[in-house]
Write a protein that binds this ligand. Structure first.
Ligand code: GDP
Length: 466
């Protein structure tokens, strides 16, 4: 590897069922590294693949834009390159457009992977034409977006895709110095018998076992460090994923890790207006606030009642990642003298996120007061998970509705006893082979969530509307 270059960190986005997971699996299968390790890898939330030329590429394991947006929700840069997966037999779909918008906001290069080219109904040129209408200009037409046609099923085009990633990484001079300032980003975090852990990717510097690191404003010691093969290691170099154990509390996804005393001042200020992030308690309302100027944002943040929890705030119009951040925290978006484009309004509508615009602070405060008095969550239905089974590399929950109804695209909170496991969208609902739009009390159905959550039998789905 050339001096200063590191493995590019790559994320896969695109519409549901267009083949993201299958593509990632096919890529991992061709990897020399995996074969050498006997196919057993530790889950660090990312996979390192070695190409035929001996170059390494790090893929973030969870595809889809909900995960991507969560990783970026605290302002951190995670991936260097995005692969936009578009099925040759289905073309551009709503989530393709959303993914494109997110990629644009993240300002990272995109490579288009046209998938499922083995299908008789595949129309590669048709899919490309639709993407051009969305503003992409392909290399073959004098633009700078590479496009690769693949069949993950037949293993076709995978090597070309990997080569293209390496070329893009070279052109964009993706760099990381082992002796530079440590910068790592949390891509997954949870708690198990070893305690709180975080899966991270190191973007710069070297992460060392035993070292004290800074997680936002909290210091923490790296008690143990595991690499992608599940081995306990002394250090992790730039471009590599790792699992860190040693946190007092679970660091949220998207958190940046730096060396003690170095961060986070070396980064952009945290965007949450200084309020504590975390679980929203009963009687509290989560909000994302956007304002036209720093001055008005500060004024607004300073006058909010204590039961308003600002999960994110910033200057400028409402953008797609605000919508997805709001969605993942079940928050409202308040735009104060700030614009909302038609595309963003549409995204908010499909994601079930409320955006309200205000030109006067007291009107906004009045509205918050109203919401606080009334309580904002309406429960549409509840279902219990009776079975869990795999389907196309995904986990399906077999459920039975016991209250109200559950509909496709509902925002679902998964609970286990008193605990909340997480929030996701019901992206696909089926009974036997039939796609459902809703299931009523007493009815059974199978459901796939995005993002994926670690649910189990006995967990309860609660469908909520704010
Ligand atoms: P995701 O939702 O984008 O992660 O999509 P999946 O990877 O789960 O794929 C959705 C469906 O498309 C599954 O039934 C896959 O078997 C199928 N699929 C994925 N890639 C290919 C491909 O290259 N060729 C064919 N024929 N089917 C594919």
């Amino acid at each position: 590897m050339e001096k200063g270059t590191r493995a590019p960190i790559v994320t896969v986005l695109g519409h549901v069922d267009h083949g993201k997971t299958t593509l990632l699996d096919a890529i991992r299968k061709t990897s020399v590294a995996l074969k050498e390790a006997g196919g057993i890898t530790q889950s660090t939330g990312a996979s390192v693949v070695t190409t035929k030329e001996g170059k390494k590429i790090t893929f973030i394991d969870t595809p889809g834009h909900a995960a991507f947006s969560e990783m970026r929700s605290r302002g951190a840069k995670v991936a260097d390159i995005a692969i936009l997966v578009v099925s040759a037999d289905d073309g551009v779909k709503p989530q393709t457009k959303e993914a494109l918008e997110l990629i644009k906001e993240a300002q990272i290069p995109v490579i288009v992977a046209i998938t499922k080219i083995d299908l008789p109904s595949a129309d590669i040129e048709g899919a490309k034409g639709q993407l051009e209408k969305e503003g992409l200009l392909f290399e073959s037409r004098g633009g700078d977006t590479p496009v690769v046609s693949v069949s993950a099923k037949e293993g076709k085009g995978i090597d070309e895709l990997l080569e293209t990633i390496n070329l893009v990484a070279e052109v964009h001079e993706i760099k990381g110095a082992p002796n530079g300032n440590l910068e790592a980003v949390v891509i997954e975090s949870s708690k198990d018998i070893k305690g709180a852990f975080a899966n991270v990717v190191v973007r710069n510097g070297t992460l060392k076992a035993g070292e004290v690191i800074q997680v936002e404003n909290v210091k923490s010691k790296v008690r143990a460090l595991f690499n992608n093969e599940g081995k306990s290691v002394r250090e992790i170099l730039p471009g590599e994923p790792a699992q860190i154990i040693g946190f007092e509390e679970i660091p949220p996804v998207g958190t940046r890790l730096t060396k003690e005393g170095v961060g986070p001042t070396s980064f952009a200020p945290t965007k949450n207006g200084g309020k504590k992030l975390g679980k929203i308690k009963e009687g509290e309302i989560a909000v994302v606030i956007k304002a036209r100027s720093v001055g008005s944002l500060e004024a607004l943040l300073g006058s909010l009642p204590p039961s308003i929890v600002v999960i994110d705030s910033g200057v400028g119009g409402v953008i797609g990642s605000d919508v997805l951040a709001a969605k993942s925290s079940n928050a409202w978006i308040f735009a104060f003298e700030a614009g909302v484009s038609a595309n963003v309004a549409k995204l908010a509508k499909t994601e079930g996120v409320h955006i309200e615009k205000f030109e006067v602070i007291y009107k906004l405060l009045e509205r918050l007061g109203e919401l606080l008095n009334k309580g904002q969550v309406e429960i549409l239905g509840k279902a219990e998970i009776l079975a869990v089974f795999p389907f196309n590399n995904k986990k399906v929950a077999g459920c039975k509705v016991f209250e109200g109804k559950i509909s496709k695209n509902d925002n679902i909170i998964i609970t286990r006893g008193e605990k909340e496991i997480g929030m996701a969208k019901a992206v696909s609902m089926k009974r036997q082979k039939n796609e459902l739009t809703e299931a009523k009390a007493g009815e059974e159905f199978g459901v796939i969530f995005e993002p994926r959550l670690d649910f189990e039998i006995g967990d309860v789905l609660v469908s909520v509307r704010r």
